[in-house]
Design a binder for this molecule. Structure first.
Ligand code: SF4
Length: 440
């Protein structure tokens, strides 16, 4: 047996890829370890959404490179978005790396691993993914309650700030029968939540011309699988949310009433500059439609502060939108120029760093207020939760759970265990979580 250590940076898609990488390598006698010092093979699965994440990858490689000088037999690999975009740079900056593989090459690992074990240095970067049935290999899932299923990878949208279409390629949907098979395995193995993943999950099926399918169809099919489990999907592109999808979420009892819909800016001019295919008003319409249909829904979003050319007034529109739309939570980031993207070339419009980070601070403050306000709405309400783990505090067992609407809920109940569903009456709201008591 050989020891494998994987460091994963970035999004849920990367985390899901790492589970698949560990699964494939387990067929070749690699066992995962949490202690990188005892690993025979070290892999960093990278993210390049922001400069900071790319820098982290190189700094980790530097640490491992020093270790390899002392233990020359260890192998070092890098994969993910930085590997996909930076292969030549990696060869120069980290010549001790044994394996560079891109986002489209994960299922070639069986061949690649044999090569590096034979002492070869390997760089495998494809422009297009090889189509294969992902159910052929094991998946070593980290969580015991929630399982991710990537259903579509890549993106066709080319938002002007985003590197994803360059690192993950164009949209590719997995066949519905392959997804259903993976979902059935997950349920049979006792998982209670399935999260369908995609950079643009609502585009699911558009590229599967023979299948005539969509995310709404897939939800309906998954909802029919037997078992006590629930389904989520992320991330949604605002103008791709169809009425049929909203109907499907409504009809399917196992589908959580929760939408993650990045708005990115509350100003229509900036949205156009970002090449987002909706205006502020259109985004408001979508949110209004969803809120009307599902009274306890939560809607979360993403926002960028300091996009090139953004004026103070335009930034104010973003702050106002969070308030007016009563968004339940937002991920926030300062604009970070990414190589190959259109916005990175708008250098004459770049916002000075101090202004950008000052805007980010105000954005975070607004988000904090919105989050507390959203949580307070649920005091007195009964939410159905899934218990994800438990902790002990002052001699008491606290169950940490997540409601169908994605709110974090803590409560005490000695009769319940991790993986159980429960109805909880919310008694207290804090900024980032709720507290409650079990409903008898
Ligand atoms: S839709 Fe999302 S993943 Fe696609 S280009 Fe835009 S920001 Fe990137």
């Amino acid at each position: 047996m050989k020891k494998l250590y994987i460091e994963t940076l970035g999004c849920q898609m990367n985390k899901s890829d790492s589970e698949r990488i560990a699964g494939i390598l387990s067929h070749f006698d690699y066992v995962e370890t949490q202690d990188e010092k005892e690993a025979d093979l070290l892999i960093i699965n990278t993210c390049s959404i922001r400069q900071l994440s790319s820098d982290k990858a190189y700094s980790q490689l530097g640490v491992w490179g020093k270790r390899k000088k002392i233990k020359p037999d260890i192998k070092i690999g890098i994969c993910g978005c930085v590997a996909q975009q930076d292969k030549e740079k990696i060869k120069i900056r980290a010549p001790y790396v044994d394996l560079i593989f891109g986002t489209h090459n994960i299922y070639e690992l069986p061949d690649l691993i044999k090569k590096i074990e034979n002492g070869e240095k390997v760089c495998a970067i494809r422009d297009k993914a090889v189509v294969c049935d992902q159910n052929e290999y094991k998946i070593l899932r980290k969580d015991s309650v929630n399982a991710w299923i990537p259903i579509i990878e890549g993106c066709n949208n080319f938002c002007t700030y985003c590197i994803v279409p360059f690192t993950r390629g164009r949209e590719r949907s997995r066949k519905p029968e392959e997804i259903l098979k993976e979902a059935q395995n997950i349920i049979n193995n006792g998982y209670k939540e399935i999260t369908l993943l995609g950079q643009n999950v609502d585009s699911y099926g558009k590229d599967l011309k023979d299948e005539n399918t969509s995310l709404a169809d897939l939800l309906r099919k998954l909802n029919k699988l037997d078992g006590d489990f629930r389904i989520r999907f992320v991330t949604s592109y605002p103008s791709d949310i169809t009425d049929d999808l909203i109907d499907a979420v409504d009809e399917c009892k196992k589908v959580c009433k929760y939408f993650h819909i990045p708005m990115q800016s509350g100003n229509s001019r900036i949205l156009k500059e970002m090449n987002r295919r909706y205006t502020k008003e259109e985004y408001y319409n979508i949110v209004g439609k969803i809120r009307k249909r599902f009274p306890l829904v939560t809607i979360t979003s993403d926002f960028i502060a300091g996009f090139p050319g953004e004026t103070e007034e335009e930034f104010q529109d973003t702050l106002n939108s969070i308030e007016e739309l009563e968004l339940d939570y937002s991920n926030t980031a300062a604009y970070s120029p990414r190589i190959y993207t259109k916005a990175a070339k708008m250098t004459d419009k770049f916002i000075p760093e101090d202004i950008k980070y000052e805007r980010l601070e105000r954005l975070n403050e607004k988000n904090k207020q919105a989050c507390l306000k959203s949580n307070q709405k649920f005091v007195g309400k009964i939410l159905r939760v899934l218990i994800e783990n438990k902790t002990e505090k002052d001699g008491k067992i606290i169950l940490n759970s997540r409601a169908d609407n994605n709110k974090i809920v803590h409560f005490e109940d000695n009769s319940k265990s991790v993986g159980d569903f429960a109805d909880v009456k919310i008694t207290k709201a804090q900024t980032w979580c709720l507290y409650g008591e079990p409903v008898e």
